[in-house]
Design a protein around this ligand. Structure first.
Ligand SMILES: NC(=O)C1=CN([C@@H]2O[C@H](COP(=O)(O)OP(=O)(O)OC[C@H]3O[C@@H](n4cnc5c(N)ncnc54)[C@H](OP(=O)(O)O)[C@@H]3O)[C@@H](O)[C@H]2O)C=CC1
Ligand SMILES: CC(C)(CO)C(=O)C(=O)O
Length: 304
């Protein structure tokens, strides 16, 4: 049976997921903007995979005002975390209150922001190497399994909708299961991102520094009482499912934004989230602060 989805933020992650759901027979509306939206409207969205390129032609708009809400589409929110408030404001203005919103994003701040507005809030742990550097084009970085996208209700639990979303994602080729403790997985992903971002923005990101950063993140999350799956559980879930294409992977999503020269950065919701929690719970976070500051320095130099 086919379902209906709105991919709010059809960039690297939202574009790959939206294209694959469309190719699997689901109704998909893409929300994008600027030159990217113009290209999608004019020529379709190009999905680049290790098997070649496919052009996906489906509805595309820059506002929830133009989405057809009549068949109760599920929103997969795939903007960067610093863009979430603007996206939610648009959704609040135009989506029915009963809409289910699934945060297909890194970080742990999107779900509480969404729950303020939509009672049916869900989270997905996004393990999906992907790229969006050119308008109209998204690159699926892993093959043959494009990504692992486990899903759960926020703050905890699973339900029929989580099962449906996981089944639909599987129909589109992803690995996906419903998980009642989704935020414990997303906190682990937060640690992975803080450590990964050090490699992007710090010139001296040695193995030793990464390990110290990981320990700092874990100390903060423990002090905050945040649920966190172990690194072993995370490794076990990934197994060897993600086979990253050597030719496709430039940088992680933080690095790609810097490369594209987009204003703003998600770093405040990655290393910056650890900094916030550290300050709230009295744990020093010098390494995460370095990563956060270095990302802003890179942003400044990209924009000038
Ligand atoms: N890329 C990756 O490999 C991975 C990314 N993630 C996470 O997935 C999430 C999405 O990241 P990613 O796909 O890389 O981001 P992208 O920047 O590639 O995609 C987001 C898209 O949403 C658009 N957008 C943002 N706000 C709006 C708006 N209000 N209206 C219309 N369009 C909007 C952006 O446009 P514009 O460019 O103009 O801002 C962009 O095209 C992030 O949380 C990221 O950390 C997780 C795992 C891997
Ligand atoms: C871990 C990684 C690099 C890919 O899944 C990611 O989360 C990102 O690019 O932000």
């Amino acid at each position: 049976m086919s379902s209906s989805y709105v991919l709010y933020g059809a960039g690297a992650v939202g574009g790959v997921v939206g294209a694959r759901l469309h190719l699997a027979g689901h109704r998909v509306t893409l929300v994008a903007r600027g030159e990217h939206l113009a290209r999608i409207r004019a020529r379709g969205l190009t999905l680049d995979t290790a098997d070649g390129r496919e052009v996906v032609r489906t509805d595309a708009t820059d506002s929830a005002a133009e989405v057809d809400w009549r068949d109760g589409p599920v929103v997969l929110l795939a903007v960067k975390a610093h863009q979430t408030d603007a996206a939610l404001a648009d959704l609040m203005a135009h989506a029915p209150p009963s809409t289910a919103v699934v945060c297909l994003q890194n970080g742990v701040s999107n779900e509480p922001a969404t729950l303020r507005r939509f009672a049916r809030t869900y989270g997905i742990t996004v393990m999906l190497p992907s790229e969006h550097l050119e308008p109209g084009l998204v690159v699926q970085g892993s093959h043959p399994v494009p990504g692992i996208l486990d899903v759960g209700r926020y703050p905890t639990g699973t339900d029929a909708l989580a099962e449906q979303v996981a089944a639909d994602l599987r129909s589109a080729g992803f690995a996906s299961v419903p998980r009642p403790d989704i935020m414990a997985w997303k906190h682990r992903k937060l640690v992975t991102n803080a450590v990964g971002d050090a490699g992007v923005v710090l010139p001296d990101a040695s193995e030793e520094l990464r390990e110290a950063l990981r320990a700092e993140c874990e100390a903060v999350l423990a002090a905050a009482g945040a649920p966190l799956v172990t690194q072993e559980a995370d490794r076990e879930r990934r197994g060897d499912l993600l086979q990253v294409r050597a030719d496709a992977r430039g940088s992680n999503s933080l690095g790609q934004s810097l490369q594209r020269g987009t204003p703003g950065t998600e770093v405040d919701f990655r290393a910056g989230e650890i900094v916030l929690l550290g300050r709230r719970h009295g744990v020093p976070t010098p390494l995460n602060e370095r990563v956060q500051r270095a990302a802003y320095e890179r942003l400044r130099s990209t924009l000038t």
